[in-house]
Structures are given as C-alpha cells and as structure tokens.
Design a binder for this molecule. Structure first.
Ligand code: BGP
Length: 461
C-alpha cells in the first residue's frame, strides 16, 4: 500500500440535520428560515424542491447507520436542529427531539460509528430570525442556552462538538450576495452578523469547557486558500485581502482569539466595524477551540482590481480585488467549482506553520455531480469512479502534509447519502449512497461507498 494513514484516523462523512432529517413539521418541530423562505419564494430552489422531506433520515436512521458501518465509517457528523430541540428558539425543550437525537447517538455508538455533533448548519429558527438573528444579543444568548442544553443532554456520549458549520456562509449568502434568506445586501450588517456569530461561538466554547465533560469542542470552517494570479505586489495584496475576508475573519478569532488587525483596519476606514462590548473581545480571546474542522472544496484565485466599482454600488469585498480565472483550470462543471487538490496540502501546512499546528481534520470535501443515474451499471448501482478519483487525489496531498508534520486526524466526505442542498436542492449529488426520490427514498450504495470500505479497512490505499 502506498498511502498509509495514522492509527485511529477518522474515516467517515458529514451531513446536517436540516439537509437529511425531513419530517419538517413533525413531532413539534417548528420552521427555520429555510422552511419559511421556501414558503414565500419556492422559485429560489432548484426544481422548486424545498426542505420539508429532505432524505427521510428521521424515519430511516437505523438503516442509514447500518449503511455507514457497511461502507466502513468509523465516524460521522451531523447536526442537531435548534428548531427541533427548542422549537421556539428559547424556552421549552421538545421531548420528541431529545428522544430522536438520543436514538441516533445510541445507534451510532452501537454500530461503532463515533458521533461528531454540530450545533448550527445555516438553520436559524424562524422565531430567532424575527428577533434579528445574530445581530441580536438576545439571539446570541438563546443560541448559547441551546448549545448548553445539547452538551448536558448528549455530552455523556458525544465527544466531538462543533459550534457552527461554515459560519461565513450565512454572512455572505444571507447579508451580502442575495443567495440565502434574509436576502439582505449590506456590508455593515454582514459584519455585525459575523461578529455576533463569533461571540456566540466563543460563549458556547466557554459553556462547554465549564461543564468539564470528557470531550472536545471546535468549529468547522470552509477554508479557501487565495492564490494570487502572479507575484506582482498588487496581485499579492489582492490575494491577502481576499484571505482576510474569507478565511482569517473566522480562523484567527477562533484559534488565536483575535481578529486580524489589517482586516479591522479595512472595516474601520469604511465605518463598518460592528457594535460590541469590551468584554466580548475578552470572551473571544479566552475561549479558543480544541480542534478545527476544515471544509475544502475549491481554491480562490485572485488578481488586483481592474476597474473602479460604480460609486453607488453597495460595498462588497470584491471592491478590493478581482476573482481570477486561471486558464486551463480543472473544473467540476456541474458545480462550477475548480478542482485543485494541492490546496488541501497548503491549508494543512498553513495550520502547521501559522496556527500552532492545531489538531484538525478534513470535515468536508467532495464532488457534486448532476444526473448520476446515467452511470448506473447492470448490477443497479452507480459507478462513480470520478468520485473515487477525486477522493484519492485529495488524500494523496493530505497524506503528504501529514508526513510533513501536519496535525490532521481524519477525513470526512461530503456526504454520506445524497441530500438536499439549500437552494441547489437535489441538483448535485455528493453521496457514497444514492437516494432515489422517485422510489420512496430507496438507498443504494454507490461504487465509491464500496471502495471506501476497502480503503478504511486498510487505513490507506
Ligand atoms: C457546503 C455545506 C454543505 C453542502 C455542501 C455542498 O458548503 O456545508 O451543507 O451544502 O457545501 O453544497 P452545494 O450543493 O451547494 O454544492
């Protein structure tokens, strides 16, 4: 075997509650912003498919966890839906939700699949959005109470906790680029939401550590390295600025306890600094993470700005750099994302050299493909060799980083089984396991799922 991974490496996949559970208005759950947005603007979702039923995990979790075992998982991440556990955001805990999450956790442990639990995957309860989402102190406190409730209910068995998945996504998609509800386009408000999320995160970390449970807590960040077009100082500066906005805005405060000073300067000059109390900065400083989850899909390529933005256009990070399309880049045409495997190595080395070699794992990586049914073979399963190649080529670079001292503890694919993906709904499929929506959510393991079993049983390839 050429690529052997460290002992006890976490092999598995990731998903989230809102994208897989379905049962949106069952057993006391109340709407999140996704249910509401779909109700008022169904046309914003691919093929008009909303979040109500997603992949039926609420009813099929036993079968699904058995398939995790069958495909060689030793770990799996999902999330607890705030809108299921505390349906009004604040107040009563829903006993049906406690029962469901207990069942899932216990079943995973029974099958030898370590549960990794995330607390927020873009799914703000509607009642909390109405109070201002993470612009509101009340909502920040409600989130911390929700997190603490989860630690107390499930922390005896769940040893790996994550406060947020890709916290920058609701900021940029919901408050800058009109991709998610509430479809606000306002940089100052985006900055306030980013700050509020960071504070909610730090307070949840503090609450977890105060309980002295035997486990670790972290956050999951989507890190997209910024590669400059050239070594021209203007291109280098542009890449540095993109890195500040999209990576270091969260990476620095959660690991080092401080926002990058040059990012603060960019915001101060434009009067975009969020409101905060001096003690907020203390809380962020003192409550850094034990572990980091890294989601990596695509690199960002950047060049110096070519034209002045229109003076009336609302401020965007792209007013300070241009995105750059490298000629002959390798693309995933379905998702429109560049495939650049070396970035996974560059991220790992950056964490090693500039972030104290913090323990991390790849918490999402994967390839979304449209129309996968065309790859079904005569045995009735999808022959997704492109996915196997995608994973292998990323793992080679990850292996190299580990050999050079990067502190990486695992690799989770996005995702276990095909799931609903926000505005893209079921357009691109990412799973080891096919979910057939026309045949009552029938699950069929793809070639990649079978291959993963072999990979994980050998701990390498
Ligand atoms: C990540 C999210 C996941 C999932 C994935 C694929 O950013 O954490 O929730 O959605 O991207 O997304 P898409 O279907 O848009 O390609």
């Amino acid at each position: 075997m050429k690529y052997q991974f460290p002992e006890n490496f976490w092999w598995g996949s990731a998903a989230s509650g809102p994208q897989t559970e379905g049962a949106a208005d069952v057993d006391g759950r109340k709407p999140s912003i996704w249910d509401y947005w779909y109700e008022i603007e169904p046309g914003r979702f691919f093929n008009g498919v909303g979040p109500k039923n997603t992949s039926n995990f609420y009813y099929q979790y036993k079968e699904d966890i058995a398939l995790m075992k069958e495909t060689g998982h030793n770990s799996f991440r999902t999330s607890i839906q705030w809108s299921r556990l505390i349906p009004d955001g604040i107040g009563e805990v829903n006993p049906k939700a406690v029962e469901f999450y207990n069942n899932v956790i216990d079943e995973m442990l029974k099958q030898g699949v370590e549960p990794f639990m995330n607390l927020y995957h873009f799914d703000m309860p509607l009642s909390m959005q109405e109070k201002g989402g993470f612009e509101s102190r009340e909502v920040i406190e409600a989130y911390v109470t929700f997190a603490e409730t989860c630690f107390k209910l499930f922390g005896d068995r769940v040893k790996y906790w994550f406060t947020f998945n890709e916290p920058i996504v609701p900021v940029e998609a919901g408050y800058l680029y009109d991709m998610h509800y509430p479809n606000v386009v306002d940089f100052k408000r985006a900055a306030q939401v980013a700050f509020g999320t960071t504070l909610a995160h730090a307070k949840a970390v503090k609450a977890y550590h105060a309980l002295n449970l035997d486990g670790k807590i972290g956050i999951i960040l989507n890190l997209t390295p910024s590669y400059p077009r050239s070594q021209n100082p203007a291109d280098l500066r542009a890449a540095h600025i993109a890195d500040l906005f999209f990576n270091r805005s969260f990476l620095d405060p959660v690991t080092r306890g401080e926002f990058p000073s040059d990012l603060v300067e960019i915001l101060r000059e434009r009067d975009f600094l969020p409101n905060y109390e001096p003690e907020d900065l203390e809380i962020i400083k003192e409550n850094t993470v034990d572990i980091l989850g890294v989601n990596y899909y695509q690199p960002r390529r950047v060049k110096a700005k070519e034209n002045m933005p229109h003076p009336d256009a609302p401020f965007m990070p792209e007013h300070l750099f241009d995105n750059y399309e490298m000629p002959f880049r390798k693309m995933n045409p379905y998702r429109g994302w560049e495939i650049y495997e070396q970035a996974i190595y560059d991220i790992a080395i950056n964490l090693r050299d500039n972030y104290g070699n913090i323990p991390f794992f790849i918490s999402e990586n994967g390839m979304g493909v449209e129309g996968e049914e065309r790859y079904r073979n005569s045995d009735g399963f999808i022959e997704d060799t492109y996915r196997i190649e995608f994973i292998e080529s990323h793992l080679k670079w990850l292996h190299k980083a580990i050999a050079e001292g990067a502190n990486c503890h695992g690799y989770h694919l996005w995702t276990f089984m095909d799931c609903w993906s926000w505005a893209n709904a079921y357009k691109n499929r990412y799973g080891f396991v096919e979910v057939n929506l026309d045949e009552n959510y029938k699950r069929t393991v793809k070639a990649s799922g079978k291959w993963f079993k072999t990979l994980t049983s050998q701990n390498g390839f």
